[in-house]
Design a protein around this ligand. Structure first.
Ligand SMILES: CC(C)(C)[C@H](NC(=O)Nc1cc(F)cc(F)c1)C(=O)N(CC(=O)NO)CC1CCCC1
Ligand SMILES: [Zn+2]
Length: 184
């Protein structure tokens, strides 16, 4: 199983590369890697397992964070209405997005960043994502709210982008024009 030591931290060069497309159908190695990423998130949200292995509770993980520069992400989060959004995806890409922006009112953190970085992170309020699932099917997701933010954070990792790259350096707490605040 993946544990905290498998997650690389800022400063590691792999966090700043553009990840490669996964050739489909996926190899057994890539499928196993993606399954282990999802298992990490589920373990990290399980009180017993996360305590036993000292896992930081994660809601999303991108393959570059475990030093695998490939376009694979896992997301496992219960949204504001209690709906579970659990996705293990190959080659996710944002195919369209709203003009309207949103942001997490608490700012963002990252499993690969062991420090608080103050400031608001502008995101698109709504995104349409296309990807291929572990089962090999092409899906199209229309996302908004917290889940849309998690997807954008993870897809950023596939392009070597960290959340703090988006923070307005002159005024970190200036909400983007007309943006929708998302409470944590
Ligand atoms: C870095 C950490 C703080 C552990 C963060 N968790 C998190 O934001 N949990 C959370 C947020 C909510 F809004 C509501 C809720 F129920 C739980 C996280 O897993 N990530 C994943 C990561 O680093 N992926 O690369 C960072 C998040 C910041 C915004 C999206 C993902
Ligand atoms: Zn992150």
């Amino acid at each position: 199983m993946l544990t905290a030591k498998d997650i690389i931290k800022e400063g590691h060069p792999t966090l700043r590369v553009v990840a490669s497309d996964v050739s489909l159908p996926p190899s057994q190695e890539d499928s196993i890697t993606l399954q282990k990423m999802m298992e990490y998130l589920q373990n990290s949200q399980n009180p017993d397992i996360s305590q036993q292995y000292n896992l930081r509770p994660g809601v999303g993980l991108a393959a570059p964070q475990i030093n695998v520069p490939k376009k694979m992400i896992a997301i496992h989060i219960r949204d504001e209405s209690g709906t579970l959004h659990s996705y293990a995806l190959f080659n996710p890409r944002i195919v369209s997005h709203s003009v309207e922006k949103s942001f997490l009112t608490s700012g963002e953190g990252c499993l690969s960043v062991d420090r608080d970085v103050p400031g608001l992170v502008p995101r698109y309020a709504r995104v349409t994502v296309k990807a291929t699932t572990l089962q090999g099917e092409e899906i199209k997701l229309r996302l908004k709210g917290l889940v849309a933010i998690v997807f954008q954070h993870e897809i950023d990792h596939l392009n070597g982008v960290m959340f703090y790259d988006h923070i307005n350096q002159d005024n970190p707490f200036q909400p983007p024009e007309g943006a929708i605040p998302i409470e944590r």
